[in-house]
Design a protein around this ligand. Structure first.
Ligand code: GTP
Ligand code: MG
Length: 383
């Protein structure tokens, strides 16, 4: 099953550093330290993996500047795998796009990027999940009332407005990530309420979120994350609180956080979306049947043929259990205890194992960051 994630964000929102950091954190399965990181992301080809590793090496090198803005347009494909007893199980694939954030906000005739803008539009149309990176430095300005800070108006009324226009007709999950959370964490910790309230004071956010709230099938999440971790970089604050750049502090240890949360949600939410769609179709089928035959219908089968392989190996019962657990506030410990890598005996186990890891990570995240769910769909797992 291939999960297409379209990452949207203005210039310098943090897209490139995020990808390098995500890959660094998840490219090696972690069997010892944290049981719920017992999976890995593998780049689709060797060159891509090497390129991401070398980008990351430059990012962490205190003697080098941060990478300059992206010019190319690159699709990154990652295979999400579980390795157990010397066998590798490939559960799903994640596809990302990286591109020059700035040029996409100009009219295509001016940016000379017609082809690339077409590609982005096409990707949005085919996406399973939309991932919007909100620049943490811009959010910092908003929260501190620095209304005249450079680029803020352009960002709010052009970049963000363009993104919302592009995606408003799609009813798939939308995740807002607030990048560079390390800059906000000292003051805001893990509370998202203030950020949520601030964003909603702007009509475009309010309308977007409220508009979607009427569309009860859409999931909207807010995910604070840091690709660099705390203390690795600091904002250079000039006169009148103006942020003039980001400086590496020289700290060697880099501990990104929450970068894996969007992919964990992407798999769980995509399963739920597929299931909900199927239930709706079944309901329509039964309705038509009832009208034609004037009799009560029955919902079909125990299988999950509507899921792309290899996830269609799951039974309908397991899928309903996954959805129920995802919806309900299961204590992380309960999920954690289910994980046992040495017990994986086949593809089905591997899938369940990965889902367990993702449950754990997302539930822990929800416990740690109240206010992250902005809107959720009607759940049909009881059907
Ligand atoms: N403190 C902090 N700064 C970050 C983080 N991620 C990115 N930055 C800063 O933000 C700048 C831009 O990040 P990029 O990843 O290059 O942004 P981008 O979205 O790829 O930008 P374009 O390629 O121009 O579209 C970096 O040079 C860093 O200074 C983070 O997690 N924490
Ligand atoms: Mg970039």
């Amino acid at each position: 099953m291939s999960i297409k994630i379209v990452t949207l964000g203005g210039a310098a929102a943090g897209k490139t550093i995020y990808l390098a950091s995500l890959y660094k954190k998840l490219s090696i399965q972690n069997n010892d330290r944290n049981l719920y990181y017992q999976f890995r992301l593998k780049a689709s080809d060797r060159d891509s993996g090497r390129f991401l590793n070398s980008t990351f090496a430059n990012i962490v090198d205190p003697n080098r500047d941060f990478p300059s803005g992206t010019r190319e347009f690159t699709q990154w494909n990652f295979d999400c795998q579980v390795k157990s007893n010397n066998k590798v199980y490939s559960v799903c694939q994640f596809n990302y796009l990286d591109y020059a954030g700035g040029t996409l906000n100009q009219p295509s005739s001016q940016s000379g990027q017609e082809k690339n803008i077409e590609r982005i539009t096409e990707s949005i149309n085919n996406a399973d999940v939309i991932f919007i990176l909100l620049d943490g430095v811009k959010i910092f300005h908003l929260l501190h009332g620095n209304n005249t800070a450079g680029g803020l108006h352009q960002w709010l009324y052009k970049d963000i407005a363009n993104i919302f226009n592009d995606i408003q007709d799609k009813s798939i999950p939308v995740y807002f990530a607030i990048t560079k959370w390390d800059c906000l964490r000292p003051k805001y910790g893990s509370s998202l309420m203030e950020v949520q309230e601030k964003l909603k004071t702007f009509d475009q956010f309010k309308n977007f979120i409220n508009g979607f709230s009427h569309d009860r099938e859409r999931i909207i999440r807010l995910i604070p994350m840091s690709s660099l971790g705390d203390g690795f970089a600091e904002m250079l604050i000039g006169a009148e609180g103006k942020i003039e750049g980001m400086r590496k502090t020289g700290q060697l240890n880099i501990k990104p956080y929450n970068v894996e949360i969007p992919i964990a949600y992407a798999l769980l939410d995509t399963l739920i979306t597929h299931y909900n769609d199927e239930i709706k179709k079944e309901k329509n089928r039964v309705l038509v049947q009832n009208i034609i035959l004037k009799m009560g219908g029955i919902l079909a089968g125990t299988g999950t043929n509507f899921l792309p392989p290899p996830l269609n190996i799951l039974s309908k019962k397991s899928l309903k259990a996954i959805i129920a657990k995802t919806q309900n506030g299961i204590a992380p410990r309960e999920i954690y205890e289910n994980i046992d890598l040495s017990n994986i005996k086949g593809e089905k186990h591997a899938i369940k194992h990965l889902l367990n890891c993702f449950w754990y990570l997302t539930k822990k995240f929800e416990n740690d960051y109240p206010g992250s769910l902005l809107n959720h769909p009607t759940w049909h797992h009881k059907n």
